[in-house]
Design a protein around this ligand. Structure first.
Ligand code: ADP
Length: 166
């Protein structure tokens, strides 16, 4: 069975990677798709995010990386996927995710949204949190893959040269 894991991934965190790894054990093929729909002030371009995810998942044989424009359900149909994966962390995720799952069900009754509950150690982790603390020089090596930590460090070096990320 093919599963699609859509998101912004700006950038990929160890929380995302945990969901990808666990999905890859449940499904024959997992497609991680970066949405091309504009998000507010992205740190990385879609191409950069694709590269970061590709590098982070190179060891997972049944994981593919792609991007899409438009409705996730249309992409899933194109790829013959039957499952949309989403991660749940805290109660505040729930309302938004439930609304999206219901909406997608009205658009595509043949697709199921499957929620994976975050691993305990990543329950607090989000891309925006990583960017926020890196901005003030905190170490982020325990929150994102090493190469992503370097990309963030470079980004702040270029855009906020006075900040040094630990
Ligand atoms: P989106 O803009 O679509 O929410 P994100 O990249 O923020 O994109 O998240 C993609 C998916 O990954 C969402 O379902 C989100 O809840 C989930 N996710 C993000 N961080 C974590 C985490 N630390 N643990 C589990 N799931 C997560």
């Amino acid at each position: 069975m093919i599963a699609v894991y859509p998101g912004s991934f700006d950038p990929i965190t160890l929380g995302h990677l945990d969901i990808i790894t666990r999905s890859s054990r449940l499904y024959d093929h997992v497609i991680v798709v970066v949405s091309r729909n504009p998000i507010k002030n992205p740190m990385f371009s879609v191409e950069e995010r694709l590269g970061q995810i590709r590098q982070s998942t190179a060891h997972l044989g049944n994981v593919e990386i792609d991007s899409f424009d438009g409705l996730t359900v249309n992409y899933a149909h194109q790829r013959q996927a039957k499952v949309l994966i989403r991660g749940l962390r805290v109660l505040s995720d729930f309302e938004k995710e439930l609304q999206m799952a219901h909406t997608n069900k009205t658009l595509a009754d043949d697709l199921e949204t499957v929620f994976l509950v975050t691993s305990t150690e990543y329950g607090f982790l989000s891309s925006s949190l990583v960017k926020e603390i890196a901005r003030f020089g905190a170490a982020i090596g325990h929150l994102v893959p090493e190469h992503v930590a370097q990309d963030i460090q470079k980004w702040y070096g270029k855009n906020l040269p006075s900040i040094t990320v630990g």
